[in-house]
Design a protein around this ligand. Structure first.
Ligand code: NAD
Ligand code: UD1
Length: 348
């Protein structure tokens, strides 16, 4: 019998790509999303891409903090596991509006966990972030590194990781996988789904993409005096389809006995600088990206990339794509959808 998976935040960037891989893998998939940072067009496109499997997707526009509505979703379907993406993720906004972030991310998660427990669903995959490594003393970052948070967004990730450990300590029937994502970029190779940030993008590649399609005049490079190969920050960029597949690997792991509450990095293990990433994108797109060199962005680390051995060993998962494919697919999505899922008049 097919597994039933609940995906919170499944209309968003990583969620929509993961829902597609779930459907193609034969899972029945129910999405709850309040569409605060997503469009239902993404899920319509996922359905089309999934072909015959598209019929196995159900969507509820529900806010996780709306407990009665969430109860109804659990009353309708007996879930084998939950993949929990839903949350707010803009670092700068979290500094301006910490209560909004604590309310949405923490209360949303606690409500979800309460409803899961009440319905006997005790298998969870949670979206954590490499942000919990702060400015690491050395690289690659292993899962055992000390953790810290430089902003309220990062603190919600740390708190939720701790909450998950406590839940497992209190009740060993729970099986929880905390996935620490490095820097997801790119889009599905069809160019049909991709990242569609609202407002001015915070992250590098969505910004580069908007420069390439003429929506922004230039990229500001934050910091040129780091102790890195070319002075710019180094990150571990991972193709969003590889990341999505990491969730299928995590679900497979949940079916093993006694896994407890475990943490895995999802990255490639390779560091790429801002200038290297821009060069790869220029090559893939044939577009020149004008640059303005600027000071470091407060809170930014110099070099962050993942140790990948634990995920390779225990999840039998490894990223396949390199930066050239990430940029090719990012450009394919951007050139086909210069205004994301919207139209020029509804963006800024
Ligand atoms: P996203 O904003 O595209 O997706 C999140 C989805 O959650 C959105 O569709 C939004 O509408 C929904 N949502 C938010 N609050 C909700 C609530 N209270 N109830 C119901 N739905 C709600 O973001 P993403 O890039 O796909 O990220 C998914 C998860 O991965 C997030 O938890 C994020 O913090 C984490 N993460 C993302 C990155 C990244 O670079 N994209 C890196 C590390 C971790
Ligand atoms: C940022 C967040 C982090 C979050 C991650 C993924 C901060 C301080 N950190 O990390 O918490 O988990 O996104 O969502 O915001 N860059 C530019 N110009 C730009 C944008 C970025 O030069 O316009 C540089 C940055 O300085 C960095 C690199 O590009 O060196 C990657 O930046 P970004 O995509 O924002 O990711 P992170 O800094 O890793």
């Amino acid at each position: 019998m097919a597994y039933n998976i609940l995906v919170t935040g499944g209309a968003g960037y990583i969620g929509s790509h993961t829902v597609l891989q779930l459907l193609l893998g034969g899972y029945n998939t129910v999405v709850v999303d309040n569409l605060d940072n997503a469009s239902d067009i993404a899920l319509e496109r996922v359905k089309e891409l999934a072909g015959d499997f598209g019929k196995n997707l159900v969507f509820h526009q529900v806010d996780l903090r709306d407990k009665p509505a969430l109860e109804n979703v659990f009353a309708e379907t007996k879930f084998d596991a939950v993949i929990h993406f839903a949350g707010l993720k803009a670092v700068g906004e979290s500094v301006q509006k910490p209560l909004l972030y604590f309310n949405n991310n923490l209360i949303g998660t606690i409500t979800l966990l309460e409803v899961m427990a009440a319905h006997g669903c005790k298998q969870l995959v949670f979206s954590s972030s490499a942000t919990v490594y702060g400015w690491p003393k050395e690289v690659p970052c292993t899962e055992e590194f000390p953790l810290s948070a430089a902003n309220p967004y990062g603190r919600t990730k740390l708190f939720i990781e701790e909450i998950c450990h406590d839940i497992y300590r209190s009740d060993s029937e729970w099986k929880i996988i905390l996935l620490r994502y490095f820097n997801p970029v790119g889009a599905h190779p069809s160019g049909y789904i991709g990242e569609d940030p609202r407002g001015i993008p915070n992250n590098l590649m969505p910004y580069v993409q908007q420069v390439a399609v003429g929506r922004r005049p230039h990229l500001t490079v934050f910091g040129t005096d780091y102790s890195t190969k070319d002075g710019t920050g180094v990150r571990d960029y991972i193709h969003v389809v590889d990341l999505a597949d990491g969730h299928i690997a995590a679900l497979r792991k949940l079916s093993e006995a006694n896994i407890g509450c475990e943490v895995y990095n999802l990255g490639t293990g390779k560091g790429t600088s801002v200038l290297e990433m821009v060069a790869a994108f220029e090559k893939a797109s044939g577009k020149k990206i004008p640059l303005v060199m600027a000071d470091r962005r407060p809170g930014d680390a110099e070099t962050v990339y993942a140790a990948t051995e634990k995920a390779e060993r225990e999840l039998s998962w490894k990223a396949n794509y390199g930066v050239d494919e990430m940029c090719r697919d990012q450009w394919n999505w951007a050139s086909k959808n210069p205004y994301g899922y919207g139209s020029p008049d509804c963006t800024n």
